[in-house]
Ligand binder design. Sequence first.
Ligand code: ADP
Ligand code: ZN
Length: 753
Amino acid sequence: MTDAATVGHTRDAAAVVRVAVPSPLRRLFDYLPPADRPIASLVPGMRVRVPFGRVRVVGLVVEVGADAAVESARLRRIDAVLDPRPLLDERDLALLRWAAAYFRHPPGEVFLGCLPGPLREGRPAERPAPVRWGASGAGMVDASAALARAPRQAALLARLRAAGAGGLTAAALADEPGDWRRALAALEARGLAERVSDAVDGIAPCPPGLPDPPSPAPAVQPGPAQGEAIESVWAARDRFGAFLLEGVTGSGKTEVYLALIERIVAAGRQALVLIPEIGLTPQIVRRFRDRLGDAVVVLHSALPEQERLMSWLAARAGEAAVVVGTRSAVFVPLARPGLVVVDEEHDLSFKQQDGFRYSARDLAVVRARQHGVPVVLGSATPSFESLHNVASGRYARLVLPNRAAGALPPELEIVDLRGLALDAGVSDRVIDRVRACVAAGEQALLFVNRRGFAPVLLCHACGTPVDCPHCDAHMVWHRQADHLACHHCGTGRAVPRTCEQCGGGELRAVGLGTERIVDLLERRLPEVRVARVDRDSMRRRGALEAALDAVRDATVDVLVGTQMLAKGHHFPNVTLVGVLDADAGLFSADFRAPERMAQLLVQVAGRAGRGARPGTVLVQTHHPDHPLLRALLHGGYSHFAHAALAEREAAALPPYRAHALLRAEAPTPELAHAFLERARGLAAEHLPRVDLVGPLAAPMERRAGRYRAQLLLEAAARAHLHDGLAAWTQVLEGLPEARKARWSLDVDPQEMI
Ligand code: ADP
Ligand code: ZN
């Protein structure tokens, strides 16, 4: 970018401000300072408003005082500086710079994308007094009769009453079980609750940060392995160190995080905790709040923008001692960082799969190194990348070998489906075990990794499936909603009566979906109370929590669900888990499928028998002798992982090789391929130590009406890949073929689709 300035005729080396602006180009843009300000008053990390093309945009200053790359007559001036002080400090900027360079993503999208929406739009980085709610005059008198049938509202009202005239903010109410906003709206409608204005009767609002639960949950006494893990990390608190905390579900990993965080916070520093998906695991936030109080702020994309901004600013100001968030929280500025935790580090949700395709887990490690603090990656089923990093000495391994509080590990049992009569894909053995489990007053969990009734509708006469008109995919039959849906592009349509191909045939459902299992249970075990947990049934806010409550309150006997159920939930009375379609993960073109399958199996199994009773996991398969299943069943995850890693090494696959995937999609396959062919031709010059595979059609070539193809880049070492990547992508941006195809680069891709 500075080439022009170094060509010799230093005709005018105007000092410029280098700004990240929202643009798909992989570069920063140079500006002159505003007419009324010296350049020295600008600092990297401040937002500015700048002219860009024909519009005005909000940008972020990344560098100040560099020599202009073009003549100053061609440079435009910054219109306005939006922040009196930088929003991001040098360390925050360093992380973003690193991320933009490593993942080869346009810096404008990286630098601005990390900011909460209101800041991206140029609104001031100030915290307006948050809205508070309190009990109204009527709510202050006893309303228990009116709320006798609304226990949630009654509980909320009691809490508002206890808070007094100052009321409570949304942040303080975030640990309320269930959908507190609905309960609150109902209370407001009844005239029992109201918004409290800040200046009522001169009573100051409660200062933020006051713990509102009167007594935090008592800490448990760590067991020996937990104690060792805690001390190892604590001993490294003043320097960078990466720790892989490996322990089966229920072995007490969360207790290790909590104990460490308590110490870090007591030492006056902040902890950043990344978790996979907050919507799926409301329990974990509640647990952090119970233990650490209001010092915990939450950051995730489903939060209302204003609340997200408040959390972000509180973290940056150092007022929030603990930030619990999903992947984008890896970029939140912290005033006094002391510890980074990534829970369920193997989880795919840490890798963003579109746009800026970063890995929050890997960035968490980079960030900890920049801050000189420890990072703990925890999992019952560590990613192969992390296991490899342990093997090569980059990460230290900490192990929690047993379940805490003496709970026994679940027993795995294969159900060999070969030759068995099946009802909707389920064997009688599984049905009998569910019946017995429920009769014993215990609960069961049945796991199918597909929502809907059946993944395919086939014509019984001619065999033609009903396919999506825009994708190379079958449409899924959702019987309850009575329609067909494409799970790839969202297209929906009515269920045809007869085959549209041959005109005559009757359509038959093929394959398993959650709805079909519920239907089966209703037919075969009518006495059993069943609930379904998948993205369809959990769409309504608070629905997941209601379902989890129903399990805890034992008003449900059997849960049927997708991988949503595999995540972090604690069901003490569940003693039976059925994995109904284990074969789906055994035969896949994706070399990562076995790893994902094993992780899922072990995670689902981890839901069983966490209480006093041991659990059983039934695994239905047509391939009981599959080496992966054998390794997993007989030696556990770690045995399996060693075997599978050896295979990866022999096959020269990641983590033993570095991968990047150049993807292209276009209205025709030819346009997508033409771009990739051109890119391949240019790679010889820029990427001499990289092997190229393709261009090939993507595994699902047509999706949402566009044709997709990809070029795989492989190298023996990361450095070989990264050496020429910057120059190469810069050239790709200028290609005429690039204007006819949408393309993206995925560094360390996790999915090949
Ligand atoms: P993980 O995060 O590995 O799934 P948790 O930290 O959630 O495990 O612990 C599982 C259960 O065991 C929790 O109910 C937790 O309170 C309890 N537990 C963890 N450590 C201890 C301990 N040292 N003593 C008693 N109970 C513990
Ligand atoms: Zn589709």
